[in-house]
Design a protein. Structure first.
Length: 509
């Protein structure tokens, strides 16, 4: 008889990490969970069973092989409750019975964990009373502490702020060379990230610091005041895990491969796109959550889309050899990217980006979806797609379907489109000519085509740039389309997507 397999999964991670829109508290919450997940869970379990073996612990989930499974689960749940105050974790175990295959054990364990999570720990809201004050930051718990910004905050928010200050001091120590931890002890994201960036010959970390607020990222952006939010998530990783048929070592290898790949993809994307200017005090990005196959980060607005594409491509490149050998095809991640003003409410920022990501995943694997928040769109891309971006027209002989966007994109097509946007800028394409094309796609087919012809007739050398846009997104044989091109049984246009991205793609040299 073998020991028990214990599986853990943090409950409502995003609800805890993003309980407020304050950057310091978001980072502090993420730091707390990182330390609990990657370090403290193993420490607590080994205190109960010194012979316990860690299979993996990252991304808010963990799996161990140990005796005394009930005691281990209780100890880890108590640890999370004490350290987070408002957070929690669920655990389940399955005896590693020799009569069951490893695949059957994992399947049963996943079912048990899902049952525990679905039936556990509904959070209780504080009782209101004139003499009781709720937290000025999260608004969910009783306030009892004075913050450094004169807010009266709860214990949970206080712990998040303390963790963020601890990380800030640690960053200063790393950059000054006073304290760089051994690789095995680098649990927090900046402990892992900064030493790598410092070793890079082309990346300047001297005198730089983590941004103190979203507004500081907005100040670094071009156009100024905007910010990009990137949300990346692995495609069908749970299904891949269930396909593994061997022992614990296979699960460990899979988990470590994915965790290292998302980190390395992030690192290389930062090195390629997110260099701080010499005169700037702050890095032009911040990591809000990273682990397993999940990544949430903010960047300067003009680098958000290309950073996201590089993360996607590098992740697939790093995992390709392993994944093809193991599953017959590469591992992929999908991404949602929102660009909005840095003062835009962060809760709405995150909600829109989640919706963009979900929509991308519905349309396929390895897709990127984006939206620029302006007065013309809502905060729900899925609804916009159904009600705003799609329409039908009854023609004389047929009914035609029109789609006013090509989103979500694969990275190859979007990279070609971005290159053509750069060509527009290099060719001094009149910005005022793009707006009529954008508006035309919301008209009927005949009027939009006439508008397109009017714009084309006023252009000379810039016509090639518009031709390049269609060549980037469509297989065009013969004449280049004016506004719409046909694909399958629908008509599509790239001009709405081009107009959204135009101001947030750096011009070519």
């Amino acid at each position: 008889m073998r020991r028990s397999l214990i599986s853990f999964d943090t409950d409502r991670i995003k609800e805890y990490v993003f309980a407020t829109g304050d950057l310091k508290e978001i980072r502090g919450a993420s730091g707390i969970l990182d330390e609990l997940n990657r370090k403290e869970t193993e420490r607590v379990i080994k205190r109960i069973d010194p012979t316990a073996e860690k299979i993996y612990a990252n991304g808010g989930s963990a799996m161990f092989e140990a005796d005394e499974a009930d005691l281990c689960i209780q100890a880890v749940e108590n640890l999370y409750s004490a350290e987070t105050v408002t957070g929690s974790i669920s655990g389940a175990f399955q005896s590693a019975d020799n009569s069951l295959s490893f695949k059957e054990i994992i399947k049963t364990l996943n079912y048990k964990l899902r049952t525990v999570k679905d039936s556990s720990k509904s959070s209780l809201k504080p009782v209101t009373h004139p003499f009781l004050r709720t937290c000025d930051s999260c608004g969910n718990e009783y306030a009892g502490y004075q913050g450094d910004d004169k807010k009266v905050i709860c214990l949970s928010c206080k712990k998040k702020r303390e963790k963020d200050l601890e990380v800030k001091n640690n960053i200063e120590a790393i950059l000054s060379g006073r304290r760089i931890k051994p690789v095995a002890e680098r649990y927090e994201i900046w402990d892992r990230l900064l030493p790598e960036l410092m070793e890079s010959k082309d990346y300047d970390t001297e005198g730089k610091d983590r941004p103190e607020s979203f507004n500081q990222i907005g100040d670094l952006s071009s156009p100024s005041g905007y910010m990009g939010l990137i949300y990346a998530d692995g495609d069908s990783m749970g299904d891949k895990l269930e396909q593994l048929e061997s022992e614990e070592e296979e699960v460990k290898e899979f988990s470590e491969t994915v965790d290292q790949a998302i980190f390395q993809a992030l690192l290389r994307a930062i090195e390629k796109h997110l260099h701080p200017n010499k005169e700037d005090q702050y890095f032009p990005f911040d990591i809000l959550m990273l682990g397993g196959d999940d990544l949430v980060m903010v960047t300067v607005a003009e680098k958000a889309v290309e950073t996201a594409m590089t993360i996607m491509d590098i992740f697939e490149e790093i995992t390709k050899e392993y994944a093809v050998k193991k599953f017959g095809k590469p591992l992929t991640i999908s991404v949602g990217v929102t660009i909005a003003h840095a003062k835009f409410p962060f809760g709405s920022f995150l909600k829109l980006t989640e919706d963009l990501l979900k929509f991308a995943k519905k349309k396929g694997k390895g897709r990127i979806n984006f939206q620029v928040v302006n007065a013309g769109n809502s905060l729900n891309f899925s609804e916009d797609y159904k009600n705003l971006f799609k329409h039908k027209e009854n023609m004389i002989k047929e009914s035609r379907k029109f789609v006013r966007t090509l989103r979500p994109y694969d990275t190859e097509t979007l990279r070609h489109l971005i290159e053509q946007i750069r060509n527009l800028k290099k060719g001094d394409f009149p910005r005022n000519k793009l707006q009529p094309l954008r508006e035309a796609v919301f008209s009927d087919y005949g009027y939009s085509t006439l508008t397109g012809l009017a714009v084309y007739s006023r252009l000379k050398e810039q016509r090639g740039a518009l031709k390049g846009i269609f060549e980037a997104v469509a297989n065009t044989d013969g004449d280049i389309p004016i506004v719409w091109f046909k694909k399958d049984d629908s008509y599509y246009t790239p001009f709405l997507d081009v107009a959204e991205l135009y101001d947030f793609i750096p011009g070519g040299e």
